[in-house]
Design a protein around this ligand. Structure first.
Ligand SMILES: [Zn+2]
Length: 373
């Protein structure tokens, strides 16, 4: 079983970097001796690939970045967050309506049960989401060094989680109540390091990477704030927690194609509308690392419009999402430095149109910025 899941990884996510290693690592679990030998060989192969890529791309760079590297950053989120959410929400709405009908009793009963469970989940989530390091429900309680989304780590990279710097040994708590569905000791090579995957009650999942020590076992039930492990730098170049937030994982393996911005659930303040500076072809945004709520960007120029949703970027997979050109838009990034970083946007050079207007929309559907040249 173990080797089976590891084998599946390759066709789905070609051995790109850490994320591949991470997938493999997250798949690993103590298994019968026979299966284990196969797994170890697979891991060794993945680790070798990851190490060779990571060394070139990441470890060459200076410390400030996650070094996190490309790898760490990618814990891979799932498909389109928006899609997952939308599906569920519309289902719930329909269910609520059905429950009032005499029509289909069986359907209504099912819907009622599901709605009740969802409501309880929502109440849980709303009442007790804590930042993992401080254990606080106050907005922005933990420092975010690298936000979800575009960033620079010696090259352009789409970060599928948030990085929270802290001294080694700092306590890491689950951000919501949940059950440990994977606890993976570091194999010495993967960029995930020691990692833990927690399933929450409403199809939400969180992964905690680079731990110096794991404090839980498979099946452990944790309250919000329950000890997961301690901050470390396993698989990373400096001591920090990489937190990945995912929705609707199909199994018990982390998948960054399902990742979403952790700030969708973590308590946070409002993101200030960024300053947009237009250059001859595109626009540059000055952003704060701490609060980044952008979900989609829209560029308009010379009658051409392109909208890119971050959910669609991560859904392309851990390798493809790091390509700077996505759905007709060319991305770039610098920083972070002193809590700020920049993201540059322009039409794909193949389109050859200058950007005259930009609109930024947040994950809760608000327009964060509309600016014109
Ligand atoms: Zn990271």
């Amino acid at each position: 079983m173990v080797s089976f899941s590891g084998g599946l990884l390759f066709p789905i996510a070609p051995p790109r970097d850490a994320s591949t290693a991470r997938f493999a690592a997250l798949n690993w679990q103590p298994a019968p001796v026979r299966a284990r030998g196969v797994t170890v060989r697979l891991l060794a192969l993945v680790a070798t690939l990851a190490a060779s890529i990571a060394c070139g791309l990441t470890f060459a760079e200076p410390a400030p970045t996650e070094s996190q590297a490309p790898s760490a950053a990618d814990t891979g989120p799932p498909g389109s967050p928006a899609d997952a959410t939308d599906t569920r929400d519309s289902g719930d709405a329909r269910g609520a309506g059905d429950s009032g009908d005499a029509g289909n009793a069986a359907d209504a009963a099912d819907a009622d049960a599901r709605d009740a469970a969802d409501a309880a989940d929502a109440a849980d989530a709303a009442g007790s989401v804590l930042w993992p390091l401080s254990g606080s429900a106050m907005p922005d309680a933990d420092e975010v060094r690298a936000a979800y989304g575009p960033r620079f780590i010696g090259r352009y990279d789409f970060h599928a989680g948030v990085d929270l710097p802290a001294p080694e040994g700092t306590r890491v708590g689950a951000i919501m109540a949940g059950t440990v569905i994977r606890a993976t000791p570091w194999d010495g090579s993967s960029t995930a390091g020691n990692s833990v995957l927690v399933a929450h009650s409403d199809r939400r999942f969180t992964a905690y990477l680079h731990l110096s020590a794991i404090a839980v076992s498979l099946g452990d039930v944790l309250p919000a704030g329950g000890l997961v492990g301690t901050v470390g730098r396993t698989g990373a170049t400096y001591s920090h927690l990489h937190l990945t937030y995912m929705r609707d994982l199909p199994g018990t393996t982390s998948d960054e194609r399902k990742s979403r911005n952790p700030l969708e659930v973590l308590p946070h303040g409002p993101e200030a509308a960024p300053v947009a500076t237009f250059d001859p072809m595109g626009v540059e945004l000055d952003l704060a690392s701490q609060v980044m709520t952008i979900q989609s960007v829209t560029l308009v120029g010379a009658g051409v419009t392109r909208t890119v949703n971050y959910a669609d970027i991560v859904a392309t997979g851990s390798i493809a999402r790091d390509a700077p050109i996505q759905f007709g838009v060319a991305f770039g990034a610098t920083g972070p430095i002193a809590g700020r970083y920049t993201v540059s946007l322009a039409f794909d050079p193949a389109i050859g149109v200058a950007t005259d207007q930009i609109t930024l929309t947040t994950f809760d559907g608000r327009t964060l910025l509309t600016a014109s040249r």
